[in-house]
Design a protein around this ligand. Structure first.
Ligand SMILES: Nc1ncnc2c1ncn2[C@@H]1O[C@H](COP(=O)(O)OP(=O)(O)OP(=O)(O)O)[C@@H](O)[C@H]1O
Ligand SMILES: C[C@@](O)(CCO)CC(=O)[O-]
Ligand SMILES: [Mg+2]
Length: 317
């Protein structure tokens, strides 16, 4: 989840994502043949299993192929990079994915699944990758699936855990005070690739959209100062500004705006959408119960919860 800087980070501005205690669990077992079998019970396609050959045959499922391809893009590419890391291009794998991260909602479910899948698959194939190496491969997967544009933010954060700072290829962990995160979720999902493409189109058409992206970078640098000082009130103000700038880039939604206002009026220090936007989640800072209560009473909000910073990144269980 992003404290600051989503979207602008794709264009080289800094961002500060934070890992929260919600996990994707991926189990991988090598098969005796070259087939791939993926079981993803949490996918919105109502839980399905896909089985297909290493390269040729089509997935053997009863749903339209483009839907399956869209849903399986991340997992497929994660398995391919894991086979590549192990130098076992024909290894058949049985993959099971379970996740308590809402899909396409701005909490980085794609990064969590890809990072966990690469880790589990490479371990199964006898290769031990450091979290940073997993993060780099996972970034390449996100970049390819998001049609050539992604940052390292979600994947690095998911791999190493905690709060991180990402600017281009410079990725580092950040010491942060304990932050009272509250999340509101509208129950809908977005396609990150499409929202990233929308921002790109706006930047191409309007110089001021480029300036907006630059302003988000300036705001993130101020946010880093506030983080060092543990100044939650200032962090909240900057989150409010960040939400406004994201809305100017066209990635907010009525439900997100309604949840942001509910959280603020409930007493949050600040609130903003998180991740790609268009629908999904907002994040607020509130050490009292007001924001969470206000969110729970907001029709646009399907679920609200406190989110603890997760210090652990990817791990074998
Ligand atoms: N539990 C899961 N099982 C299988 N695939 C999943 C699962 N969770 C996420 N995915 C994959 O990730 C895609 C959603 O990724 P997307 O980047 O659009 O959203 P997100 O990562 O949740 O949000 P954001 O990128 O804004 O943080 C799904 O369509 C699916 O391909
Ligand atoms: C919108 C974006 O900044 C975050 C999506 O979780 C895209 C990216 O960084 O790849
Ligand atoms: Mg994603």
């Amino acid at each position: 989840m992003y404290l600051f800087g989503e979207h602008a980070v794709v264009y080289g501005e800094p961002a500060v994502p934070c890992a929260i205690e919600r996990r994707a669990t991926v189990t991988v077992a090598e098969r005796g043949d070259d087939r791939q079998r993926v079981s993803a019970a949490d996918l919105t396609l109502d839980g399905f299993t896909v089985e297909y050959g290493a390269s040729d045959d089509a997935p053997d499922v009863d749903v339209p192929t483009p839907l399956v391809e869209a849903a399986m893009g991340y997992v497929d590419a994660a398995m391919a990079t894991a086979r590549d890391a192990a130098d076992r291009p024909d290894a058949g794998l049985d993959v099971t994915i379970e996740s308590d991260i809402p899909l396409g909602a701005g909490l980085g479910s794609s990064a969590a699944v890809v990072v966990a899948a690469i880790d589990a698959a490479t371990r199964e194939l006898g290769v031990d990758l450091a979290p940073e190496a997993i993060a780099e491969r996972a970034y390449e997967v996100e970049r390819d699936v998001q049609s050539g544009e992604a940052s390292r933010a979600d994947t690095f954060c998911s791999a190493v855990g905690g709060a991180v700072r990402v600017e281009g290829s410079d990725c580092r962990t950040l010491a942060t005070p304990d932050l009272p995160f509250v999340v509101g979720y509208d129950g809908t999902s977005h396609d990150t690739g499409e929202l990233v493409a929308g921002v790109r189109a706006l930047r191409e058409e309007y110089d001021f959209a480029r300036d907006t992206v630059g302003s988000i970078g300036d705001l993130v640098r101020r946010g880093e100062e506030a983080l060092r000082e543990g100044d939650v009130a200032e962090l909240g103000r900057l989150m409010d500004v960040n939400h406004g700038l994201l809305a100017a880039l066209g990635v907010s939604a009525r439900s997100l705006d309604e949840m942001v206002w509910a959280a603020r009026e409930g007493g949050a220090a600040g609130a903003k959408l998180t991740g790609a936007g268009g629908g999904g989640c907002i994040v607020a800072l509130d050490d009292g119960a007001g924001a969470e209560t206000a969110l729970s009473l907001t029709p646009a909000c399907d679920e609200s919860f406190r989110a603890e910073l997760a210090t652990d990144g990817v791990r074998a269980e």
